[in-house]
Design a protein around this ligand. Structure first.
Ligand SMILES: Cc1ncc(COP(=O)(O)O)c(C=O)c1O
Length: 303
């Protein structure tokens, strides 16, 4: 900012940032040239541009369920249709490939793959990723690979997956000025600088995930698929008849001040009893939180 980089730049982004991003992907085994890189204001704007490029009012996009709600919001804004494909808690929240094939229609234009996943904390094995790629290839679908948590998978970074029609996206990117310029000057430094902090962050997350998994798996009436990335967990509470996930979440909030998000906020059925936890607090604090949650859950389930 002191060097005066405070104005606008070309809409796709500044050259050093695009070059650093391309180099990063090349280093991860996905060859991409800088002219195919667009710098956006967060993943959110990229999602908006990509869906706008791909969908008209008759278009459909396959979106995982549970889902990250921004996708459904953008699809709704475009007047298009989000079609949900199941991810299966009994199979580590992996995409249900049979269900995926059943919900495909001639109007399907794209598939959203969120790996590592919010809200479930799942990462997909190579076989699943290859199956998704060949499914998309077979049916001529663009893949929106949301890899926002790619570097915080506990077993190491997740390799990049897909590619898009960047020409259409470029037109859309030209329809706004540019992503904030001073921040773009941070990209090269961030990608080429020391990343030792990432290992420390991953280790800290892994510890919190372990505390979360241990506490929730032993809580009566609660089950959890252990998260493998990021800072999300999606446990299931066996709700008493007539109760919803929102009843549980609001009850917990009122009784303890602990806030989770009800699974139906991510598209699961309210009676299924899913909730999403963000486990960024310190491990000791998490232990105290889960102890309180356990007491509340026992009372809730008795009602
Ligand atoms: C799966 C997923 N995609 C995209 C985003 C939005 O990312 P950004 O902050 O870069 O817009 C989030 C934020 O929570 C997310 O969880």
């Amino acid at each position: 900012m002191r060097e005066g980089h405070n104005g606008y730049c070309p809409s796709p982004g500044i050259t050093p940032a695009r070059e650093a991003i391309a180099a990063e992907y090349n280093g991860r085994g996905w060859p991409v040239s800088p002219d195919r890189v667009l710098v956006t204001a967060g993943t959110s704007e990229a999602i908006d541009l990509a869906l706008s490029a791909l969908l008209d009012e008759h278009g459909e996009v396959l979106v995982p369920m549970p889902t990250y709600p921004l996708y459904t919001a953008v699809v709704a804004k475009l007047g298009a249709r989000a079609v949900f494909y199941r991810t299966d808690p009994s199979a580590g929240w992996l995409p249900d490939l049979d269900h995926l094939a059943r919900v495909l229609t001639p109007a399907t234009r794209a598939i959203v793959v969120i790996d590592p996943n919010n809200p479930t904390g799942a990462t997909y094995p190579v076989a699943t990723r290859k199956a998704l790629l060949s499914f998309a290839d077979k049916h001529g679908l663009a893949i929106l690979a949301d890899e926002v948590y790619g570097d915080i998978a506990y077993e190491g970074s997740v390799a990049p997956l897909g590619s898009l029609d960047v020409a259409a996206l470029k037109k859309l990117a030209d329809g706004r000025l540019c992503s904030t310029v001073p921040m773009q000057f941070g990209i090269k430094a961030a990608l080429e600088g020391d990343r030792a902090h990432q290992a420390a962050f991953r280790a800290a997350l892994r510890e919190r995930a372990a505390v979360t998994t241990r506490a929730l798996q032993k809580m009566p009436g609660v089950s959890l698929v252990a998260p493998t990335a990021a800072f999300y967990a999606m446990p299931k509470v066996e709700l008493p008849p007539g109760k919803t996930d929102e009843d549980y979440v609001l009850g917990l909030l009122r009784a303890t001040g602990i806030l989770c998000v009800h699974g139906s906020g991510f598209g699961t059925s309210p009676a299924d009893g899913y909730l999403r936890i963000v486990f960024l607090a310190a491990p000791k604090e998490l232990q105290d939180i889960y102890a309180e949650m356990s007491v509340f859950t026992a009372q809730f389930l008795q009602r």
